[in-house]
Design a protein around this ligand. Structure first.
Ligand code: SF4
Ligand code: SF4
Length: 467
């Protein structure tokens, strides 16, 4: 079968031939946006603890998905891609069909004999933070608070724990599935806080797979392990580090909760130092081995401070990188001559789930006021946006915030914030003073309403989604 002939069809997805995306309990999907889990014929969800990645990729479920696509069908679990394409947006499917050419991924030509090339592994929910928008499914630190607050924790029926090293197929078959992998993305929990991550790195180095793998990981920035970072740089084909930070100073402490900002700032400096000094690891062909970026996830708690967060990263790190410093007008901070490294970037995400943290759910009447600090930063003593950054990265967030929101989501946000504050002995109103001043009249109104049984019912239904 010649897959090239299908590559440009309206239904072919290269990911289904080479990828799997796992979740903290080892359950998996054809990709992270697929709308159902990979299951067996009886409807049981498959876990990487019971099946190796190669077995999951060649399961009857995945074979059927590939076959349906080759026949020109649009499987319902891939609805997000079909909707994005109907809306004129480049879907994940189209993006990957394009990317596999750039990355040179090899995909096999038989429906029942695929090999993993690009895998997204969730190494478990072990985490040292309990970010406001997260939950016990992704963070072990949330578990106690969740139980103390009498909330149900979702857990799939699983026989073996994914990180049970003696019994989990993920670990038992690692030499098999890892030898064809070219790109690996590690999710958590917090990888540097989870001993299974370190074990994974060592196993991949020991079995020789690491030299073919570009390893990408997301970290919350609370731990910097210099020895492990250098070991990975030396042994993997490439390393990508994405540091997620949703606020700076006391906003960080409030939103992410668990490790003090001062410690995180020190780690950010250390990550940057390694990034800026990576010349020793550069490949003979001139390729850089380390890639780094910052991810900012924007919602009702922090959208007002978007310029503040960007300015922090620009001043401290971004403006010291890249060959385009003169273009940014920041020449005085740039690293000199051959110490230049590729420019760092910020990725802006918007919160969609839980929906009551999404920035579009603030009352319509105050949206312009809240966004004024973002659209006119000079009025607040902040630097003007670079026009490219503003148009390409900030305008979509402003547009998202301006989309019509829901009253019940706003009530749920106020309700959740008050209860979390009370449990953690924190205070939204004093930590985010400027923002609270704008929210206040609507916040007080919501407080009155959330005590009615009708509102409580709606709010609880939304809160269930978080688990
Ligand atoms: S078609 Fe879209 S949703 Fe389905 S596996 Fe491919 S990228 Fe994922
Ligand atoms: S760092 Fe990541 S996994 Fe940990 S609580 Fe925050 S969002 Fe969840």
């Amino acid at each position: 079968m010649d897959l090239k002939a299908h590559m440009n069809s309206n239904t072919f997805c290269a990911l289904t031939w080479m990828h799997t995306s796992s979740e903290p309990y080892g359950t998996c999907r054809s990709c992270c946006i697929a709308r159902e889990h990979i299951k067996d014929d009886k409807g049981n969800i498959l876990s990487l603890a019971d099946y190796s990645i190669t077995e999951v990729l060649n399961s009857p479920y995945m074979q059927k998905l590939r076959t349906d696509m080759l026949r020109g069908q649009k499987p319902k679990q891939c609805q997000t891609c079909w909707e994005d394409e109907d809306n004129g947006k480049e879907s994940k499917r189209l993006l990957y069909n394009r990317m596999i050419k750039d990355f040179g991924f090899k995909i096999n030509n038989a429906v029942d004999n695929c090999r993993p090339r690009d895998v997204q592994i969730n190494i478990g929910n072990t985490c040292n933070l309990k970010c406001r928008t997260c939950s016990p499914v992704c963070s072990s630190k949330w578990v106690k608070e969740w139980k103390d607050r009498d909330r149900k924790i979702w857990k799939p029926e699983i026989n073996v724990n994914m990180n049970d090293y003696d019994n989990s197929k993920f670990w038992l078959d690692i030499d098999g599935w890892s030898k064809t992998v070219q790109r690996m993305e590690i999710m958590g929990g917090e990888p540097f806080y989870n001993k299974s991550f370190k074990r994974l790195v060592h196993r991949l180095i020991d079995n020789g797979s690491s030299k073919n793998i570009s390893l990408n990981l997301s970290t919350n920035g609370t731990i910097y392990d210099d020895e492990l970072m250098r070991l990975m740089l030396k042994n993997f084909k490439a390393i990508g580090v994405n540091v997620s930070i949703d606020g700076v100073y006391e906003h960080f402490d409030y939103i992410r909760h668990g490790v003090a900002w001062e410690k995180v700032k020190q780690n950010l400096d250390d990550f940057f130092k390694l990034y800026a000094d990576q010349h020793q690891y550069k490949e003979p062909n001139g390729y850089w081995k380390m890639n780094m970026s910052y991810t900012v996830t924007i919602g009702l708690l922090n959208v007002h401070y978007l310029r503040d967060i960007h300015e922090f990263f620009e001043k401290n790190y971004i403006n010291k990188t890249g060959i385009a410093n003169h273009y940014r007008g920041q020449k005085e901070n740039a690293l000199e001559g051959d110490r230049q490294v590729p420019r760092l970037e910020i990725w802006n995400n918007v919160v969609y789930y839980p929906s009551y943290y999404s920035s579009n759910n603030m009352p319509e009447e105050i949206k312009d006021k809240v966004l004024h600090r973002v659209t006119n930063p000079e009025d607040y003593g902040l630097r003007k946006w670079h026009p490219d950054t503003y148009n390409n990265n900030i305008v979509p967030i402003i547009n998202h915030t301006k989309r019509k929101g829901g009253d019940k989501e706003w009530m749920a946000f106020v309700n959740e914030t008050i209860h979390t504050d009370s449990y953690r002995k924190e205070k939204f109103e004093t930590t985010f003073k400027e923002l609270f001043k704008i929210y206040k009249p609507y916040w007080l109104e919501a407080m009155k309403e959330i005590t009615t049984p009708q509102a409580q019912f709606k709010i609880e239904a939304l809160a269930e989604n978080k688990g």
